[in-house]
Design a protein around this ligand. Sequence first.
Ligand code: AMP
Length: 327
Amino acid sequence: MKYYILFGPPGAGKGTQAGAIAQKYNLKHISTGEMLRAEIAAGTELGKQAKALIDAGNLVPDSVVEGMIENTFNTYKNVAGFLLDGFPRTLGQASDLDEMLARRGEKVNAVISIMIKDETIKERLSHRAQIEGRADDANEETIKNRIATYHKQTEPLITYYKNNGKYHEVDGECGDIEAVRKAMFRVFKGIDRKFLERQVVLDDTLLNKIQMLAQESPRLRMNYDLRNTEEDQSQRLLNVMLPGTKTAIHKHNLSSETVMLMRGRMDTVFYNDKGIEIQRIHMGGDTGVFGVNIPKGQWHTFEVTELSIIFMAQDGPWSPMAKENML
Ligand code: AMP
């Protein structure tokens, strides 16, 4: 079973995006908020207890939502996994979830976070109140409290999941619903990458094969992931690039990057914050330069003058490039 967490502040669009993701990957979508609202509507004892807390913008006790989550895990057997929406919301819930899954011989596969600004949360919740009539969306005080609760109790989970390499973030304001959905599918594609039995010897035959794939690709380049397992959270890959391939000027804020040229001839170009070229490093041919160590936070791109193959290494798992990290 796969266990994915859909993370983000209230109003980020988790519920809006969940359906399409759950359908595509055959996951059971579990929204603790929706389950609690169903309990309230049915007038159950649990619903009665939860109502006052929810209406005030507070969280219900961990044990209540954890019980609902475990019941759902036990109920659905014919799915590829679960998409948790609105859970976990506290560090206690996150570690209890880890324990719950460990007991089942499972683990959290990935956290996909949709991030929006506080201002946007306010706008979206007030708007949603008019459409759905949710009591906890209607009142300005409640909205304020939900935002405060998010920052105080839920936001620390970002560090928790970053530390175990499971955190992936999508900008919830990068465009319309469709654009955010596409960004999320890109993340899933990255996480879902099939880990193949990788070739042990990296030889001419392998390079020629990747080279052929690059020639057939509209992007004029092709990666070969050198990792064998999902647990390997580094980035180590071969990249074949053909002349004409375009790499955006970008930077990596979390890790420096080592690039070693194995075949061909290329330039690594550094830029300042204004996009002005500040250094051009010619590599390959008779330059005597065969690699660069690009510092963390340095704007850069690659320009190939002939078919080139590089080995690239970086710390930390792959995640899609955020807009602010591209010039
Ligand atoms: P949501 O629909 O996810 O915004 O949830 C609505 C409300 O239900 C929240 O403001 C909380 O009061 C409660 N709730 C939902 N999920 C949780 C959770 N994991 N832990 C505690 N309270 C929750």
